[in-house]
Ligand binder design. Structure first.
Ligand SMILES: [Zn+2]
Length: 234
């Protein structure tokens, strides 16, 4: 196991749904704000989106003979068990392996906090709840959704201990790190209301990926992405 860590930056390209309340005044407990009143992105959302992106990369390079095809969470019967885990589980953890990478909530960076006080970090939009069966507006069912403003910038810390499998004998050139480096750039939305065009984002590394006491440039790892197909070929 090796200690790794990195910081990512998330830029909202469209407004992002942070909570829903009733028509008269927002219900605060449904909005995602921290102790300072700032909008934040929950760690579970950040981890879920990055894991999805890494599953996508693994599927792209997965083929018969390599060990890259990811399992299919959240169905327990389709997830890896024991020590013979897929590359995604070995990086992100699973019910059987426990957690491998720990994610912090993504918080507004200092520049965004300077420009956007808590009162203007999000905008309410009021909509009418539709009766799905009748396709008509339900009486008295106006609801207000709160959307974080586009162009807000968040940053999140990720760290943990993972098993690394070297590509060429150098520990820093590991399949698992290549997968992570490629996955970060593929996260393009935060989920929730994406059908209406909300929650689009760009995610990138801030600085390098730390491996023990050394830092690796993500671009070096992304340059090795085609090596992924040789992951643990028997
Ligand atoms: Zn798995």
């Amino acid at each position: 196991m090796h200690s790794i860590g990195f910081q990512i930056e998330i830029i909202l390209n469209t407004a992002w749904h942070v909570g829903t309340g009733l028509s008269r005044g927002l219900v605060d407990r449904t909005t995602q704000r921290n102790g300072q009143g700032d909008v934040h992105i929950p760690a579970s959302t950040v981890k879920g989106r990055l894991r999805n992106a890494c599953e996508h990369v693994a599927r792209l390079y997965g083929k018969e003979g390599n060990r890259l095809l990811p399992c299919q969470p959240p169905r327990p019967d389709k997830m890896c068990r024991g020590s013979n885990a897929c590359i995604v589980c070995s990086v992100f953890g699973s019910a059987y392996l426990g957690d491998r990478l720990y994610f912090e909530d993504a918080i507004l960076n200092s520049e965004s906090r300077k420009v956007y006080g808590p009162g203007i970090q999000s905008q309410p939009r009021t909509r009418v709840k539709l009766d799905r069966r009748l396709g008509t507006a339900e009486r008295g069912h106006l609801f207000t959704s709160e959307y974080a403003e586009r162009s807000l910038v968040f940053s999140a810390e990720v760290s943990g201990r993972v098993d690394l499998t070297s590509i060429d004998g150098e520990t820093s050139h590991a399949y698992e790190l290549v997968l992570l480096a490629a996955g970060v750039g593929l996260v393009k939305e935060l989920g929730g209301d994406k059908s209406s065009g909300f929650g689009a984002c760009d995610v990138s590394f801030v600085g390098g990926i730390r491996l023990e006491d050394n830092y690796i440039a993500p671009d070096v790892l992304i340059g090795m992405v085609d090596e992924l197909e040789y992951y643990k070929v028997a």
